[in-house]
Design a protein around this ligand. Structure first.
Ligand code: TRP
Ligand code: ZN
Length: 478
């Protein structure tokens, strides 16, 4: 390392005397002697999320995940590697990835073996040499095991859900770490390539577009590519016997829909046929569809598991079960709207989740009115009258168990209902289109939204937000 100019001008003896000092300093900085005890060169174990403090990590930004996996449905064993390509945002003697369960066989950084340790859901990696701030690097983790089903603070199941003939990966809010090591926070979005090998006869479906399918030695390999940035919670993988239909919308957008034949109920089939119409109608609300393909995944889950749909990027997921329809039309409309609000514009942190669910619920209300069902006023009145919707302000879910609670959905939608009443149809619907454009493929917080509304309308909306977004008490009337 070059000596600072001042030191270069010192007499040789003085320079030599300085050497041991410099050496000790360097050793402790690189973590070479102390295992990286200096916190200034350790990436933080969390991204700083108030509700999920351990989710995500500090010190780097992921640009690409390359998953190369193999799945054996009989044993439930997943094996392979994930290559995480990132840029260091600080000097890093060590950094964390999030990984829950599974056995790590090796980690390499830049092709050189790295040491690693595990504690809880943190996989700590120490590269052979510290990474400089700004350095681009690839950390490759080889691992195997039967991935875990995680239980969320609200009691719901996510992560890896086994089905009778395969499995489904669901990642909201933190389930991604059950099947690949990652920077598991919505603020760090990245492109994905997922290559997965399954026994012949089974199909593996994921986000993005199918780049290649190959067969060798009794196995089929599916390569799915997601070029647009994707949050880890939106990554999915569904393995099983699926009926695949490939088509395109009248506008030429490719559709890839995979349905487990056991969940192919008439209501779901009828809803899925309307995907082009739904996308077209939602493009009218939110602007151009943000991704290069669409479709859906309908799986068949053992009863009692994963009973919720999820807006997995490009291709929302629907839980088939024995009995109720897998993908009712209103749920399909809801998940498709998330492609704009949630998937393209992603919450900066989990407390901003109403930006997803409030918008998607409001979209459901608009759709119902559009279809000749409940009017918008009827939907809003029902939400207003729901005491559960008033448990807390949508902008600040108190705990991690509250991120999918009624205030986030119904009271979140009421924020938009009130905005429309205040702004009038013309400004409101222009704003609804401008918002996804403002943060396309990025992240946004509640503060970004309120600032945007003020800028866009030139009006002081502080009282509206104070009451409907942040207020702790229920207004006297709608
Ligand atoms: N984000 C999903 C949706 O509304 C819902 C969801 C994900 C959910 N995980 C959950 C709901 C857990 C309840 C519990 O489209
Ligand atoms: Zn939703």
């Amino acid at each position: 390392m070059p000596l600072p100019p001042l030191v270069r001008r010192w007499p040789r003896a003085a320079r030599l005397a300085l050497l041991p000092l410099l050496l000790t300093c360097c050793l402790s900085c690189t973590g070479g002697g102390s295992g990286g005890a200096d916190p200034s060169v350790a990436g933080a174990p969390g991204a700083g999320d108030r509700l999920f403090p351990e989710a995500g990590n500090g010190g780097y930004d992921v640009t690409h995940y390359g998953l190369d996996l193999s799945y054996d449905p009989a044993s439930g064993r997943l094996s392979g590697s994930t290559a995480v390509t990132a840029t260091a945002t600080q000097r890093l003697a060590r950094f964390d990835l999030d990984l829950s369960g599974l056995t790590v066989a090796s980690v390499a950084v830049g092709g050189r073996p790295a040491t690693f340790s595990r504690a809880g859901d943190e996989l700590t990696v120490r590269p052979a040499r510290p990474l400089a701030r700004g350095a681009r690097f690839t950390a490759t983790v080889a691992y195997a095991g039967v991935p875990a089903t995680l239980t969320d603070p609200d009691g719901s199941k996510e992560g890896w859900l086994r089905t009778s003939d395969g499995a489904v990966a669901l990642g909201e809010p933190v389930g991604a770490m059950a099947w690949f090591p990652c920077d598991n926070h919505p603020s760090d979005k990245a492109a994905f390539d997922l290559t997965v090998s399954v026994p012949n006869g089974l199909t593996a479906v994921s986000n993005g577009e199918l780049a290649a399918t190959t067969r060798a030695g009794g196995r089929s390999v599916f390569h799915w590519r997601t070029s647009r940035p994707m949050a880890t919670y939106l990554a999915t993988l569904a393995i099983g016997h699926f009926t695949v239909s490939r088509s395109a919308t009248p506008g030429g957008l490719p559709l890839y829909t995979a349905v487990d034949p056991r969940s192919d109920d008439p209501e779901t089939a009828a809803a899925l046929r309307r995907i082009p119409e739904i996308l077209d109608w939602e493009s009218g609300l939110f602007g151009p569809y943000p991704f290069a393909s669409s479709g859906a995944i309908v799986a068949h889950l053992p009863s009692g598991e994963g009973g919720y749909a999820l807006e997995t990027q490009n291709r929302p997921f629907f839980p088939g079960a024995d009995g109720p329809p897998a993908a009712p039309l209103s749920t399909l409309v809801h998940e498709m709207s998330h492609q704009w609000v949630g998937d393209s514009v992603t919450p900066r942190s989990w407390q901003d989740i109403w930006l997803n669910e409030g918008f998607a619920t409001y979209t459901e209300w608009l759709w119902a009115a559009h279809e000749g069902g409940d009017s918008l006023d009827t939907s809003a009145a029902a939400a207003f009258g729901d005491s559960a919707a008033w448990a807390f302000p949508p902008a600040s879910p108190p705990t991690a168990a509250d991120v999918f609670a009624p205030p986030v959905y119904r009271r979140g939608a009421l924020v938009l209902y009130e905005l429309r009443r205040t702004l009038g149809d013309s400004t409101f619907f222009r704003l609804l289109r401008a918002w996804p454009a403002e943060h396309r493929y990025g992240n946004a917080s509640t503060a970004d939204f309120t600032a945007f509304c003020h800028r866009f309308t030139g009006r002081d909306l502080t009282p509206l937000f104070r009451t409907w977004l942040y207020g702790t008490s229920k207004p006297a009337q709608l």
